[in-house]
Ligand binder design. Sequence first.
Ligand code: FES
Length: 137
Amino acid sequence: MARHIVARTSDIPPGGNKVFGVEGRDIVVFHVNGEFFALLNRCPHEGAPLVKAACVARLTSPEPGVYQRSRVGELLRCPWHGWEFDMRNGQSWFDPQRVKVRSYPVAVESGEELQKGPYVAETFPVRVEDNYVIVEV
Ligand code: FES
């Protein structure tokens, strides 16, 4: 799996998202609670663009009349028919055994680390003496 630099962290504000074309796929990256999540921008039901999904909380109820919110903003509600997916792994809450959105690993790294790169060209000292350029090997 190749690594692709898609954006600066400031390009996707907290609570926001953005779609990037990566190797022929539209991938939507969400910025939620200080974390970034990447999913295929296509609902597995009928193909709705998940960039337009609502980012909602998980609601649970220990007893009638009482409900608790957790993981605020980490669940996606599809804009077309309301199926919900876990942003962390793409798992469906409607049919977790069979329905899933493709998710991708995301990393945030400093520009300095990225700038170094894995390949470094060999360099040699150069100086000028009496109008002659001298390279030391
Ligand atoms: S297209 Fe997403 S729930 Fe139908």
